[in-house]
Design a binder for this molecule. Structure first.
Ligand code: SF4
Length: 115
């Protein structure tokens, strides 16, 4: 559980560094901001946001694009249950918390989520 939180925090820090140093264009910047918001919500979410994420996760769990990958934590241990969306490459731990008001094209790339 603590490892999951550590990964979420690392992802948020990584996104901040990308925004600062990669100098993305407006479209890329919007995408980065959506990702940053999603990871923020993944760490600090309401019950409603968790419920929506659980519904999305259930959809993803039956999707052929779902990929389980081996990821190591900072101490070299293997992180269990680390999944990516094979269609967009995003880690699902954060992606399922994409804000509900996000444009459709930044949510499920196969448009399988209800919202
Ligand atoms: S986000 Fe969409 S395409 Fe990606 S794994 Fe989930 S359901 Fe499949």
């Amino acid at each position: 559980m603590a490892t999951g939180l550590l990964y979420k925090k690392r992802m948020v820090v990584s996104i901040i560094f990308i925004i600062i140093f990669a100098q993305p264009n407006k479209r890329e910047m919007n995408k980065f901001l959506t990702i940053a918001k999603a990871w923020g919500i993944a760490v600090f979410h309401t019950d409603e946001q968790k419920e929506l994420a659980d519904k999305r996760s259930a959809v993803c769990s039956t999707c052929p694009s779902l990929q389980e990958v081996d990821v190591k934590n900072m101490t070299g241990g293997l992180v269990n249950n680390y999944f990516l969306c094979g269609s967009c490459g995003c880690p699902l731990q954060g992606k399922i918390y994409t804000p509900i008001d996000t444009p459709k094209e930044q949510k499920c790339p196969l448009d399988k989520w209800e919202n």
